[in-house]
Design a protein around this ligand. Structure first.
Ligand SMILES: O=c1ccn([C@@H]2O[C@H](COP(=O)(O)O)[C@@H](O)[C@H]2O)c(=O)[nH]1
Length: 268
């Protein structure tokens, strides 16, 4: 999916909601466990219930990889089930020497057909560039992450700024706002306006609202650009809103609350 299509979808739906399919076999409603593919059965119900109010689904591969071949099959069924007009993110946090990165990129863009994959920039230019050479595909680079541990390295001072600023500015020069986004945690809303000034045109994937306590209001007010420029992710708060037969309905109700709030932040 290209940038224009993504922006149009956001405007049409008045939503920049990304729903995280962090589907944990130990957390899904018990009645699904007799299904031949319980993870997919859960995801299918969530997708059916929310596909008209979100603009992206983020599949965190950890929840699938840990189940071995069966997990990868669930992942494949899920990504194939997501309607084509919705942006898909493989949250796999990859990055390696160039030839290996190329195969990571092929895995997620070609074998599984995702629109994007999250990438750790720590190994530098030759580890990120292989994710940028695919038409209408996106590398989503870790910028300032939502976790406490972001203080350990990302928030250290470097040359009068922060390490994460240096990393984001340098990494941005390897690609364009049409093939690269950045992860910026919702829990770091106090510096989002500064990051937006640094990178006025890039999309930010923002995890950390809901279960991690980040504020949708703050991130929207400080992080939006003229093309909205935000995909705000909520995983647990949406998909585990309920835990019985009507879990998908409960997920929709929470997703609708996020969407309604987002509609209020999008300028006419
Ligand atoms: O900085 C980051 C980068 C990635 N994540 C991922 O996003 C979701 C958040 O899940 P919630 O249940 O909404 O808290 C999850 O897949 C993380 O691995 C992040 O939280 N922070």
């Amino acid at each position: 999916m290209n940038r224009q299509e993504l922006v149009q979808l956001i405007r049409e739906r008045k939503s920049y909601l990304c729903i995280g399919l962090d589907t944990d076999i130990h957390k899904i409603p018990k009645h699904l466990l007799s299904h031949p593919d319980p993870i997919f059965a859960f995801n299918k119900a969530i997708i059916d219930a929310t596909k008209d109010i979100c603009v992206a689904y983020k599949i965190n591969t950890a929840f699938y990889e840990c189940l071995g071949i069966r997990g990868w099959e669930s992942l494949q069924r899920t990504v194939e089930y997501i309607p084509k007009e919705i942006f898909t993110i493989a949250d796999a946090k990859r990055g390696d020497i160039g030839n290996t990165s190329t195969y990571y990129a092929k895995t997620f863009y070609e074998t599984y057909g995702f629109d994007s994959v999250t990438v750790a920039p720590y190994m530098g230019r030759d580890s990120v560039e292989p994710f940028l050479g695919f038409s209408e595909k996106w590398a989503i680079v870790l910028g300032l992450t939502s976790n406490e541990g972001s203080r350990d390295v990302q928030q250290l001072q470097l040359d009068g700024g922060f390490v994460y600023e240096k990393v984001m500015k340098t990494t941005a020069s390897w690609g364009t706002p049409d093939n690269m986004m950045f992860v910026v945690g919702a829990t770091k809303a106090d510096v989002v306006a500064d990051i937006r000034r640094l990178l006025p045109d890039h999309f930010f994937l923002v995890p950390g609202v809901g279960a991690q306590g980040g504020s949708l209001k703050e991130i929207s007010e400080k992080g939006m650009n003229k093309e909205i420029g935000l995909l705000v992710n909520a995983s647990r708060a949406v998909i585990y809103a309920g835990n019985d037969e009507k879990f998908a309905e409960d997920a929709r109700a929470v997703a609708l609350q996020y969407q309604a709030e987002m509609a209020g932040y999008i300028p006419a």
